[in-house]
Design a protein around this ligand. Structure first.
Ligand code: FAD
Length: 403
């Protein structure tokens, strides 16, 4: 009997991989196994429209329920894989059953990191990853509720914006001196600090959270920040347990080559869990963003079918907070760039920021400016020094600089 292609993790990457296998003409058995009981869904609305009660749950399924049967995808929901045996080509489910596979894709994503302080595991300390988390949090975002967000990363800031939209009182506690400092650097991080202050968020930087107690959050200096609800957004950890136990190479995620093949030739990985070798950067990169989970599966599927496919897209992500919409393209690490320059009006929050190294564009972030991702990507891939005066002049079309 023909063994199925098996995908572990029924979220964006998993569902897209199933679709890509069919799109590539694979007609054999195909199983998508997921621990959640929900149909595969997209997560960005969980901290934005859904959290604010604007986007109904039905609007962000990856595919409608009938799509799976129509495409011959056996969808096993509420089923966690507890072990994989790459050499024996089997997976074990939490009901004890074992199933064979021809090729296996790990799309197990990531989980929120807990707050490592006393009280950090109290039931009233919330994290945000799944639709249940968002539903629970939404019920607490009411006028006057005291919401304390620990961590000024993307999730923390989006929660702060949603809470302010619900007229809650919001305090954000952050160990660093600015929000998003590690991702954006000082120059652009300030834009987000100003944005949240302008919307009435009490931002406290350089603070250490010592404990979560009955009345709120205790800081290292003894201050108690009163809270009705504490939301923790201190990063995520890739779900690598299965891969590790199976002896696959794991290092900040499941390591793969540029074909998204792990250290076992019949096991692949995609999405938040994959630390994939990126040919443009010449080293592995793990990207925790929607576009990566959307696009990597096509490469993984082709590789699973024995085709020569390489994943080399430049990272991309987006956020929406209040009236600020932003897209970020590229990859600029702390210490990896020497200048940040702006094109447009930073004070009005309508601009493009560029991270440069020796005059070359490493990354670009467009804030309330649209339809510029393609030229930004072309500038990055071009890899040549650009004329900074023209780059920062909004009257010079970006396309003119990419030639
Ligand atoms: C609240 C929120 C807001 C976000 N907003 C943005 C945004 O604005 N822009 C952006 O670019 N990105 C955003 N992201 C990130 C984006 O949603 C993720 O990059 C994307 O969901 C990753 O998809 P994935 O399929 O790789 O993993 P996941 O979405 O984490 O899915 C993994 C799935 O695997 C399942 N699983 C894990 N282990 C097992 C197992 N052993 N057996 C069976 N199933 C298993 C999990 O239950 C889960 O359903 C956001 C994420 C969150 C949580």
């Amino acid at each position: 009997m023909e063994q199925p292609q098996v995908i572990v993790g029924a979220s964006l990457a998993g569902a897209k991989a199933a679709a890509a296998l069919r799109a590539e003409g694979y007609e054999g058995p195909l199983e998508l196994i997921g621990a959640e009981t929900e149909l595969p869904y997209e997560r960005p609305p969980l901290s934005k429209g859904f959290l604010q009660g604007k986007t109904p749950r039905g609007e962000f399924d990856v595919y409608p329920a009938e799509w799976y049967a129509e495409h011959g995808v056996t969808l096993r929901l509420g089923a966690a894989v507890t072990a994989i045996d790459p050499d024996a080509h089997t997976v074990t489910l939490d009901d004890g059953s074992r199933r064979g596979f021809a090729k296996l894709l790990l799309a197990t994503g990531a989980s929120p990191r807990p707050l490592p302080v006393p009280g950090g595991d109290r039931p009233d300390v919330l994290t945000l990853r799944g639709v249940g988390d968002s539903t629970r949090l939404r019920e607490r975002l009411t006028p006057g509720a005291r919401i304390v967000v620990v961590g000024a990363g993307w999730i923390g800031l989006e929660v702060a914006a949603a809470a302010r939209a619900a007229e809650a009182e919001v305090t954000v506690l952050e160990a660093a001196e600015l929000p998003l400092l590690r991702v954006l650097g000082r120059e652009v991080a300030r834009v987000f600090a100003d944005l949240h202050r302008a919307h009435g968020v009490d931002l406290r930087f350089g603070v250490k959270v010592a404990a979560v107690e009955d009345g709120g959050v205790r800081l290292g200096d003894g201050t108690l920040v009163p809270a009705d609800t504490v939301v923790v957004g201190v990063g995520i950890a890739p779900n690598t347990g299965l891969a590790e136990a199976a002896g696959l190479v794991v290092d900040n995620g499941v390591r793969t080559d540029e074909h998204l093949r792990t250290s076992h030739p019949d096991v692949f990985a995609a999405g938040d869990v994959a630390n994939a070798f990126h040919p443009f950067y010449g080293r592995p990169i793990r990207v925790e963003h929607w576009a990566n989970a959307l696009n990597q599966p096509a490469t993984a599927a082709r590789s699973m079918l024995g085709q020569d496919a390489v994943y080399d897209r430049v990272p991309y992500f987006f956020t929406d907070q209040y009236d600020l919409g932003m897209e970020y393209t590229g990859y600029a690490e702390p210490g990896g760039y020497d200048r940040v320059v702006f094109r447009g009006d930073v004070a009005a929050r309508e601009f493009v920021a560029f991270w440069l190294a020796e005059g070359r564009v490493l990354a670009g972030m467009n804030v309330n400016v649209w339809d510029v991702v393609d030229p930004i990507r072309a500038l990055i891939l071009g890899g040549r020094p650009v004329d900074e005066a023209r780059l920062t002049d909004p009257d010079v079309p970006l396309e003119d600089l990419t030639g």
